[in-house]
Design a protein around this ligand. Structure first.
Ligand SMILES: [Mn+2]
Length: 258
C-alpha cells in the first residue's frame, strides 16, 4: 500500500485548513489572526505555498510551524532540485519559478521532501489533499498525480484535463466522489467555497487578487480575507479591474477560472 499520508487528531482543538498561499504571506497572517488560534488548534495548509506571489520563503517558513501537504508547485521545485543534485542545470519553465528559486533555502527543499500527499482527520471523517481524488478508490490507493493535479475527468478514463481543455461531458471530480470520507482540497480557484457533505473546496485565488479562505472543523465555518493584489501577470484578476475572464461552472453554481 502507498502510504505518503499522515493522521492528525486535534484532541479538543479545531482543525483549520487553509487554501493555496502562492506567496501571499500577508494575507495568510491576516487570515490566521482572524481565526484567533489557541494552542490546541491545528492549522493545515493545503499545498502550493509558493510561486506567482511575493513572499514565497516566508510562506514556507510559516507552514513549517504548522502542518502542510505537498502541492504540485512544491513538487515542481523538488524536480528542479533533483536535477541540480544530479549535477545538471534544470529547465525552469516559468519566470515565477525562477523568483521562487531565488528565495528558497536548502532547508525548504528538505522540508518539501517530508510533506505528505494527504492528511486524515479521523475525528471528522475527513481527509485533506491538494487537488482532489479519483472516484471509487481509497485515498491510500490514489495515483499521486491525481492527488496533485486532478480537475475534469470522465471515468473510467484516468486522464484529467483543465476546465478550458476538457471535452463536452467531462465533469469536475467532485461530482463523482461519494466518500466514505469528506475530501478537503485547494488547487482549483473557485468563485465561492464549495461545501457539501463529501467535498470542501477552498482555493479562493488570493494570488489573483480574489480571496484566501480557511475551513474550520468541527464548526464548518469559513474564514476569508481579500487578496491584496493580482500577481497573475495578466491572468485572471477581478472582473472589475477590466480583465476578461472565463468562468466554468464545475459543481452546481460554483465556477472555476482558466
Ligand atoms: Mn495546485
Amino acid at each position: 500500500m502507498v502510504s505518503n499520508g499522515k493522521v492528525i487528531i486535534a484532541s479538543g482543538g479545531r482543525i483549520i485548513c487553509v487554501g493555496d498561499l502562492h506567496g501571499c504571506y500577508e494575507e495568510a497572517i491576516e487570515l490566521l489572526d482572524a481565526c484567533k488560534l489557541t494552542p490546541k488548534d491545528v492549522v493545515v495548509f493545503l499545498g502550493d505555498l509558493v510561486d506567482r506571489g511575493p513572499e514565497n520563503a516566508k510562506c514556507v517558513d510559516l507552514a513549517m510551524r504548522h502542518e502542510c501537504i505537498l502541492g504540485n508547485h512544491e513538487e515542481k521545485h523538488l524536480q528542479y532540485r533533483r536535477v541540480e543534485e544530479q549535477g545538471h542545470v534544470p529547465h525552469v519553465v516559468a519566470s515565477t519559478h525562477v523568483e521562487t528559486r531565488n528565495q528558497l533555502r536548502p532547508e525548504h527543499y528538505e522540508y518539501f521532501k517530508t510533506l505528505p500527499l494527504f492528511i486524515r482527520f479521523p475525528e471528522h471523517n475527513a481527509v485533506a489533499v491538494h487537488a482532489g481524488v479519483y472516484p471509487g478508490r481509497p485515498i491510500e490507493a490514489q495515483d499521486p498525480n491525481h492527488l496533485l493535479h486532478i480537475q475534469m475527468i470522465n471515468p473510467p478514463d484516468k486522464a484529467s484535463k483543465w476546465p478550458s481543455k476538457a471535452p463536452e461531458g467531462w465533469k469536475f471530480w467532485t461530482n463523482f466522489w461519494d466518500g466514505p470520507e469528506k475530501v478537503i482540497f485547494g488547487h482549483s480557484v473557485i468563485t465561492r467555497p464549495l461545501i457539501t457533505d463529501k467535498v470542501v473546496g477552498i482555493d479562493g485565488g488570493a494570488v489573483f487578487g480574489y480571496e484566501l479562505w480557511a475551513y474550520e472543523m468541527p464548526s464548518g465555518k469559513v474564514y476569508s480575507v481579500r487578496g491584496k493584489q493580482n500577481h497573475g501577470q495578466g491572468r485572471r484578476g477581478r472582473p472589475t479591474d477590466g480583465n476578461n475572464i472565463s468562468t466554468y461552472l464545475i459543481h452546481g453554481d460554483v465556477g472555476t477560472y482558466s
